[in-house]
Ligand binder design. Structure first.
Ligand code: NOJ
Length: 567
């Protein structure tokens, strides 16, 4: 490891959705002991930084992002002692852990909200955002603004006890916190310190860009839909006030723990330039931000009006999206790089092909792992897990999918909704990890709360461990290579540029380091000819058994990928 850079720049990240990873106590839900028992798998894979999605006490309306008690582990996931044991064992294996801290909202079952709701004069009432209803001439009550939330319905929910609306930009069981309130902020800092004192290596900060709201609470002027609502991110995303909150969070908490990693989830609305306000090494507040610019480049997002054949990866745009972040951010800060998280479809279904599962999963691994930044592999990606094969809407047991289906049923038939959810729903990434070909994919011995993907006898880790050519073994090899000091140096200090940037099918880039590294990846399920303008010294990684050329050009077969050392 190069001592001049922070540890997390050289880390290989791996995201775990605890509910779906491994069920150690056979209740159908994954848990912390399950993660601990599977550390050898992660160690064998070669990752050394885990991001674990929330495991705090929660009514599980949004599977843990609705926190009821930040100081408790939900009994479903285990105990605080289980977490400490996991942390200790991970650390002993050289694996660090960042946890998912939810600062934007709590559960409506959190003590603060229960008090807030019971008594308008309690200090906790001010911890949330309340507004009086609007009234029509007929006396009907309406939400205070036309804002839509992220889960399809209004951003406001009426509370019958208080007789006011509270803001909730996610589900109605997730009231937004009022970051203008100093006492609430202090309480949240205590939460953060509690986990850092326990030894966690940092945080992924959920929904961070939304902490500040448009405090004028005026209607959006964007065009509204038939229900009178519009999702207008400018009302609650990256407003200037968020940086005042972060400044205080940094001075009161983060500066006291200098070796930690903080990654803020800022979503799609933040440009690379704007991201520097969050992560600039001198006057920013965090180490990195998660945006989604490399996640939906096949047009699947919001695609319920599209047929399957219209969903196609825009490779040129995908490359440009990465490059614009690289060019702006890399001279100053680090980038997390990833194809998906627990809110997205599986990447083999998204950018690859289940027909060419092995080829496309390994191609995506190569393309990702050698880009500049800190890679994050999402659990199951290392064995090529793909989207669900569910046949019924009721199988999509997840709050935003159900909310979407409810709203969409007014204008669409069930098969269209089903097709859309199979393509885009976040349930796709949340089905149980496929450990082996035993019932329930070896995830549990009882029926899991989210149904296992029907392909588990074909696609599972045990099978792939035995096969030297498997996706899993390819990942291991690629990660080991990525961690070699010279390769690491070249990847991180580059400089990186695209080769043939306008090529519509091939994602190719070069690091002009020592050694110079060239990645060439065919993103298509058909053959493509690629002009080579560099002399090859070595083939470091390749997902086909033979090399095919025409003159100097490479003939790339479906989803073929190479990592070369070049002159
Ligand atoms: C972003 C998380 O990734 C997502 O899963 C969650 O629903 C929202 N934030 C709300 O916490």
């Amino acid at each position: 490891m190069n001592k001049s850079r922070p540890w997390w720049q050289e880390a290989i990240g791996y995201q775990i959705y605890p509910r779906s990873f491994y069920d150690s106590n056979q209740d159908g839900v994954g848990d912390l002991n399950g993660i601990r028992l599977k550390l050898p798998h992660l160690h064998q894979l070669g990752v050394n930084l885990l991001w674990i999605c929330p495991f705090f006490a929660s009514p599980m309306d949004d599977y843990g992002y609705d926190v009821k008690d930040y100081y408790q582990v939900d009994p479903m996931f285990g105990t605080l002692e289980d977490f400490q044991a996991l942390l200790k064992e991970a650390h002993s294996m050289g694996i660090r852990i960042i946890i998912d801290l939810v600062l934007n909202h709590t559960s409506d079952e959190h003590r603060w909200f229960m008090e807030a709701r019971k008594n308008q004069y309690s200090k906790y009432h001010q911890y949330f955002i309340w507004k009086d209803p609007k009234k029509t001439d007929e006396g009907k009550i309406l939400p205070p603004t036309n804002w839509r939330g992220y889960f399809s319905d209004s951003a406001w929910h009426y509370d019958d006890t208080v007789k006011q609306y509270y803001l909730k930009i996610f589900s109605k069981k997730m009231p937004d916190l009022n970051w203008e309130n100093k006492s609430m902020r202090q309480d949240m800092y205590d939460v953060a310190k509690f986990w850092l004192d326990l030894g966690v290596d940092g945080f992924r900060l959920d929904a961070l860009a939304h902490l500040a709201k448009d405090l004028t609470f005026s209607n959006s002027t964007l065009p509204v839909a038939a229900d009178g609502l519009v999702l207008d991110a400018s009302k609650f995303s990256s407003l200037p006030r968020v940086f005042d909150y972060l400044k205080e969070f940094k001075s009161e908490v983060l500066l006291k723990y200098p070796d930690i990693l903080t990654i803020g989830e800022v979503g799609g609305g933040v440009s690379p330039d704007m991201s520097l306000q969050y992560i600039h090494p001198q006057n920013g507040y965090l180490n990195m931000v998660f945006n989604f610019d490399t996640c939906w480049e096949n047009g699947a997002f919001g695609s319920d009006h599209k047929a399957d054949h219209e969903i196609k990866t825009n490779v040129v745009q995908l490359k440009q999206n990465f490059m614009k972040w690289y060019q702006t951010v890399s001279p100053l800060a680090s980038l997390p790089i990833y194809w998906l998280n627990h809110d997205h479809p599986r990447v083999v279904s998204q950018y690859g092909s289940i027909r060419y599962r092995q080829e496309s999963a390994t191609m995506l691994a190569t393309t990702l792992l050698f880009l500049y930044g800190t890679p994050f592999i999402y659990n199951g990606e290392e064995i090529g897990m793909s989207n669900v094969d569910y046949e019924k809407l009721t199988q999509f047991k997840e709050v935003s999918a159900l909310q979407y289906a409810k709203q969409a049923s007014e204008k669409m038939d069930e098969s269209t909704i089903l097709r859309f959810l199979r393509r885009t729903s976040r349930v796709n990434a949340r089905t149980p990890f496929q450990w082996n070909d035993q019932p329930f994919a070896g995830f549990s011995t009882v029926e899991p709360s989210l149904q296992v993907n029907g392909n588990y006898r074909e696609v599972n880790l045990a099978k792939q461990q035995k096969d030297p050519k498997s996706i899993f073994n390819y990942y291991r090899k690629a990660i080991a290579l990525r961690k070699k000091p010279k390769v690491m140096e070249s990847v991180l200090t580059g400089p990186l540029s695209l080769v043939d940037p306008l090529n519509p099918d091939v994602f190719a880039y070069v690091h002009e380091g020592r050694p110079a590294l060239l990645v060439v990846s065919n993103f298509r399920g058909f053959e493509v000819e690629f002009k080579m303008n560099r002399l090859i010294n070595l083939v470091l990684l390749h997902n086909y058994p033979t090399i095919e050329k025409r003159g100097l050009n490479l003939i790339l077969r479906p989803f073929e990928t190479y990592l070369f050392e070049v002159e």
